[in-house]
Ligand binder design. Structure first.
Ligand code: ZN
Length: 237
């Protein structure tokens, strides 16, 4: 099963049978850890692991390979795909993902900000994505399940994303199947936007749902994450 696989790669299970999360280092910057953050990191069963997934949007596209090398010590490479329809901006597509795949062994976390994503799952999976994330708002709910089926069929991990306006409860019908839930902390569409602090409550709500329905699911936060906002994100869940 998925939990057992994760446990094998992480090496240990906690009492409830889910993988132990690794301890977290102190957050960077002059921002002191709050009491609740300390409590979570001090408690054994509350240990959790932080991963960093720099976005390809921050790269110089004329020097993509050079910039990927610079990001190679990170956990995932986050690839933002925009179609000019689901979001107003256009970024990269399948051929560029293939090129990225050919120059790195990094885990490719591909965030599809595109309408009707089911039609593109096979192409992005074959281009080398390790995980595909589609948006809850990008198609009819029946097609979300179809997207997840296609991700299983083509052997990629399954992610589902929420725009800031979307209620975390909309994740519930799919949560047990997910490897990753993504909370947007900016309105999707452009890099370099300011972090929406109101989304910290959404992160907290998604953490509660994940702990309840699928503790092996990762919680990813996308948009405006900086040394200043990262500790807030970690503390929220
Ligand atoms: Zn993204």
């Amino acid at each position: 099963t998925q939990g057992a696989d994760a446990a094998r790669s992480w090496g240990r299970l906690n009492r409830s049978g889910y993988p132990m999360r690794r301890p977290v280092p102190a957050p960077p910057g002059p921002y002191p850890m709050s009491r609740s953050f300390r409590r979570r990191t001090d408690r054994k069963e509350g240990l959790f692991m932080i991963k960093i997934a720099p976005s390809i949007l921050s790269a110089d596209f004329a020097n993509l390979e050079r910039d990927i090398r610079r990001a190679e010590s990170a956990d995932y490479l986050h690839v933002d795909v925009m179609d000019g329809l689901f979001v107003p901006n256009l970024t990269i597509g399948v051929p560029v993902l293939q090129s990225i795949r050919s120059c790195t062994q990094m885990f490719l976390d591909v965030h599809l900000m595109i309408s009707q994503p089911a039609r593109m799952i096979e192409a992005f999976a074959k281009a080398g994505a390790d995980l595909l994330t589609v948006h809850l708002e990008a198609c009819h709910p029946t097609q979300i399940a179809q997207c997840l089926d296609l991700m299983d069929q083509f052997g990629v991990k399954k992610g589902l994303a929420l725009r800031p306006i979307t209620s975390p409860k909309a994740l519930v019908p799919y949560l047990e199947r997910l490897d990753l839930a993504l909370v947007m902390t900016v309105e999707p569409g452009f890099g370099g936007q300011a972090f929406m602090e109101s989304q910290l409550d959404t992160i907290r709500e998604v953490r509660v749902l994940i702990d309840r329905y699928n503790p092996a699911c990762e919680l990813e936060v996308d948009g405006g994450v900086t040394p200043k906002t990262a500790p807030l994100v970690v503390e929220a869940g």
